[in-house]
Design a protein around this ligand. Structure first.
Ligand code: PLP
Length: 422
């Protein structure tokens, strides 16, 4: 039933009915949380052997991982992740427990020191970044902290609106960078097409020091065997002589333990040299013991791809529960559209214009916490107030089903009230 086609009388009747259902939800005293894309306990348990299994603290070349040194990380760790991601080990530096701090460091280096003799960004009258939206809130928080102006660009299923991106970077030298989550993006699940990756590599930028923060956080997080393929941005950049443009990030946060894994930054040869120069002042070296523990774990458990299949087996039913329910409840309703990701951690929904905040507030009123409406936009401002991020990974199946009961009623109620206003 398309709710947008109903008469005022029909809507009034429906609204009364939904308000009754909403009151009924209060009796459940729900305490449900779908606000953050955290792995579930079951997913974390998949890696528990990391905590108990013995492993050698000596690396292949005999280095004692317990001691200081090897700023760029152990050779076998760089090779291991290089093989998975299709990056030369020499272009990889292994970091600490989380990729987000490597992203923050990369931004700070540009802010404080600049790159290849260019002015530090902090010395410029203004710095602007392109932000594909909806996007990852923590990228935006980072930029906001520095007062960097964020420019929204629409993100489609196959990547950002590249006509707009090319137009923005072409004439304005203060447009310095862009955050991209190129595979199963947070929150829409978008996967950048080869054509869009090529255009990012090829585009003419007025800023010589334009940087793409390529946050491939979900690079191997497929829900189905036939996972999406991502074009090799470094190879494409080499074709156009723009290799210095890309800072590439990855971590095992959603592979082993969240915030307690292994992260990496990859870049061109020149950029790696620069990064290491600054990192040398920052740390003697990251945690090599964890690097060896992680590699040993994957070697004894059939490899990282098999491990990701075990994650997928736990995550897939949750995604399918949400998507099937949306299909049943909202297919022809005219009040909700949603993404259908094949990987990653999120489903992104769009309500009727002006209904996202109200839907989230209604959910909160009956015990379901969702990510704040607008969180996936710079400054927390969704210009249409339509977008809500659904994070199905953490609750168990029963909690997820309960959460969907709540969400569906609240979403309808907010929409019907809005339609009655109009
Ligand atoms: C796009 C994206 N990047 C980075 C992170 C955080 O990764 P890490 O734990 O490696 O800092 C997340 C976590 O949700 C994410 O969604």
């Amino acid at each position: 039933m398309n709710l947008t086609k109903l008469s005022k009388t029909e809507l009034t009747g429906l609204c009364a009915d939904l308000e009754k259902q909403y009151e009924g939800l209060k009796a459940h005293n729900h305490k449900l949380d779908m606000s953050r894309g955290k792995p579930s306990g079951e997913q974390l348990d998949l890696s528990n052997d990391l905590l108990t299994e013995p492993f050698s603290y000596r690396s292949e070349n005999g280095t004692d991982s317990r001691n200081y040194g090897i700023l760029e990380g152990l050779p076998e760790t760089r090779k291991f992740f290089g093989d998975i991601l299709g990056i030369e080990p020499d272009n990889i530096i292994i970091g600490g427990n989380a990729s987000l701090s490597l992203e923050y460091d990369a931004l700070m280096r540009m802010w404080v020191f600049g790159s290849k003799g260019s002015a530090p960004w902090s010395k410029l009258p203004k710095v602007k970044f392109i932000c594909p939206v909806p996007g990852y809130d923590r990228h935006f928080t980072m930029l906001q902290e520095l007062g960097i102006e964020m420019i929204n660009v629409d993100l489609y299923e196959d990547g950002p609106d590249m006509d707009r991106v090319e137009e923005l970077v072409k004439y304005d030298p203060l447009v310095k960078g862009m955050f991209c989550v190129p595979l199963y993006s947070n929150p829409t699940g978008s996967c950048y097409s080869e054509e869009k990756v090529r255009r990012l590599a090829a585009m003419n930028t007025a800023a010589e020091d334009f940087k793409i923060f390529w946050d491939n956080a979900y690079g191997i997080h497929h829900l189905y065997d036939e996972g999406e393929k991502l074009a090799d941005i470094f190879a494409l950049c080499r074709e156009y002589g723009t290799e210095d443009r890309v800072f590439y990030f990855f971590s095992t946060s959603k592979i082993t333990f969240a915030g307690a894994g292994v992260s990496l930054v990859a870049a061109s040869e020149d950029m790696i040299k620069e990064i290491k120069g600054h990192m040398f002042c920052q740390t003697i070296g990251y945690d090599k013991v964890n690097q060896l523990r992680t590699l040993s774990f994957f070697n004894t458990h059939g490899g990282i791809r098999e491990h990701m299949k075990r994650h997928a087996a736990l995550l897939r039913p949750k995604f399918e529960l949400v998507l099937d329910r949306f299909e049943k409840e909202f297919a022809d309703s005219g009040i909700l559209s949603w993404s259908r990701p094949k990987g990653g951690y999120f489903i992104s929904v769009d309500t009727l214009k002006g209904c996202a905040k109200e839907t989230v507030a209604l959910c909160k009123g009956v015990g379901l916490t969702l990510t704040g409406a607008g969180a996936a936009f710079p400054y927390g401002k969704d210009p249409n107030d339509t977008n809500i991020r659904i994070a199905p990974s953490y609750p168990d199946m029963k909690e997820l089903a309960d959460a969907l009961d709540v969400f569906c009623i609240c979403c309808r109620l907010a929409a019907v009230r809005k339609l009655l206003e109009g």
